[in-house]
Design a binder for this molecule. Structure first.
Ligand code: 13P
Length: 251
């Protein structure tokens, strides 16, 4: 059985004070919960606060991106070494927003993934097609290309250090969720490709999360699909009560 991961991507929301209040509200709601893994990914300025507030709990903390080098003249960047030094254990890579607005590419995702593995950071590697690509029947090609680029040179022994998140770009922040069947179809393509890259055993163990307008009302149907092993949640992860409901969703 693959343990499910319920991860919140806060994007550019919440000050440190707001982040602290969220975690203080969430802690009693998920106390003792061990069925699913819980990860929160605040913006950089709230990472330390969330790590401190969640210390000793079942909540892990992730960054929303990371550079691939340990240090250097890279204004504005944060290295994996710096993140682990403050207790961050996870990082989102390849999200469609930095792919669209910044300079995230498959090559960079690949460098970052290897850097995360080196530093013991668990990466959440995001892939997903745009609406036009889906309409042109290119979903499969896009997913395979993003996986091939992102996982180039990645070996089976690195597989414990990352999960994949399928986030169809047209479903992010739009309220348009992929149907469980659409998501399952994409997850099956991804798992088959993982088997080719990393072997059947690794592919069978790899968690593949779904992201895109996940909410308390639709999480159970999505995560009931055999190849959907968790959720990466944006907007609905910003309210502690809603996030707790999704962490503890009943199948
Ligand atoms: P929404 O849940 O707001 O659609 O965002 C999904 C997402 O981008 C998570 O990384």
């Amino acid at each position: 059985m693959r343990k499910k991961v319920i991860a919140g991507n806060w994007k550019m929301y919440k000050t440190p004070d707001e982040a602290k209040a969220f975690v203080e509200a969430l802690l009693p709601l998920v106390k003792g919960h061990t069925r699913n893994e819980i990860v929160i990914c605040p913006s950089a300025t709230s990472l330390s606060t969330v790590v401190e507030t969640a210390k000793g709990s079942n909540i892990s903390v992730g960054a929303q991106t990371v550079h691939w080098l340990d240090e250097g003249a890279y204004t504005g960047q944060t290295s994996p070494k710096m993140l682990t030094a403050i207790g961050v254990t996870h990082a989102i890579l390849g999200h469609s927003e930095p792919r669209t607005h910044d300079s995230e590419t498959d090559e960079r995702v690949n460098l970052k993934l290897k850097a995360c593995v080196k530093h013991g950071i668990h990466a959440i590697v995001c892939i997903g097609e745009q609406l036009e690509e889906r309409q042109q029947n290119l979903t499969r090609d896009v997913l395979l290309a993003q996986l091939a680029g992102g996982l180039a040179g990645v070996t089976p022994d690195m597989a414990d250090n990352f999960v994949i998140a399928y986030e169809p770009v047209w479903a992010i922040g739009t309220g348009l969720t992929a149907t469980p069947e659409q998501a399952e179809e994409a997850h099956t393509i991804i798992r088959t490709a993982l088997a080719q890259h990393l072997g059947e055993d690794v592919a069978a163990k790899m968690r593949i999360l779904y992201g895109g307008s996940v909410k308390p009302g639709n999480i159970a149907a999505l995560l009931a699909m055999p190849n959907i092993d968790g959720a990466l949640i944006g907007g609905a992860s910003l309210v502690a009560e809603d996030f707790a409901k999704m962490v503890k969703y009943e199948a």
